[in-house]
Design a protein around this ligand. Structure first.
Ligand code: FE2
Ligand code: FE2
Length: 233
């Protein structure tokens, strides 16, 4: 499974929609800041379940890097005036769920590995499309860290499951789950479109109907005489 359609779309659309509209760019950068902070929050929850000190140190370092990305995206976004506030995140539970027993850690690490790979591809596409501006250096710096996170999450997954074959199986499962979640988000957005179109049509019809009714009342009102301008000599 690959992200190339989305990455290609990003490269094409970012120069067209970000460069001329800095408010749009600022809103999106703020959203990245929120997402990076959310990743750090997930890692902090995972940290509670890790006993091995060297692994704890690696995951803490990973968490700090995500927090650094969040503050960098926020800093660079504040250089522009956002056209609208970032979309709030929906309520989320910690992804590492201890109730899953021995599946909890591999499921979390596979999910994190797939997410880090997606984020790396995404930042790579934004860095390529955004042109020469302060936000570009943030994407370039962050994508280097994300590449390190791709390697780290794979290494930790491999250490837990014991074989590359088993690691690949968990990664496939995580990809399928993310694809399903993306589809649900997409279909939810798709469902909003007809309602927006319907409301727009209703508003336009209401305005036209109101204007027509006003005109009728004026025409039928007693004593209403069309003013005729006197003929000029
Ligand atoms: Fe990050
Ligand atoms: Fe990351």
């Amino acid at each position: 499974m690959t992200n190339w359609p989305r990455n290609l779309l990003t490269r094409v659309l970012v120069p067209l929609t970000w460069r001329p509209f800095s408010g749009r760019m600022a809103s999106r950068l703020k959203y990245f800041s929120v997402m990076e902070a959310d990743s750090a929050w997930q890692l902090l929850h995972a940290l509670e379940q890790i006993d091995d000190p060297p692994t704890r140190a690696l995951v803490l370092q990973h968490t700090l890097e995500e927090l650094h990305h969040a503050s960098e995206f926020d800093r660079v976004a504040s250089q522009y005036e956002a056209s609208h506030p970032p979309k709030p995140l929906l309520h989320r539970d910690p992804i590492l769920d201890p109730l899953k027993g021995e599946d909890a850690a591999p499921a979390f690490l596979a999910h994190a590995h797939v997410g880090e790979k997606d984020v790396f591809d995404q930042f790579n596409s934004y860095a390529a499309g955004i042109g020469d501006c302060p936000a570009r250096s943030v994407f370039l710096e962050a994508k280097k860290d994300e590449l390190g996170h791709v390697g780290l999450t794979h290494k930790l997954l491999l250490a837990i499951v014991g074989s590359p074959k088993e690691a690949d199986r968990w990664i496939r499962r995580a990809r399928l789950r993310r694809a399903w979640e993306s589809w649900l988000r997409f279909s939810r957005r798709l469902g909003e479109i007809p309602m927006r179109v319907l409301l727009t049509v209703l508003y336009v019809l209401g305005l036209l109907g109101g204007a027509w009714a006003c005109r009728q009342r004026l025409d039928e009102a007693p004593g209403f005489v069309e003013f005729e301008s006197p003929a000029l000599p």
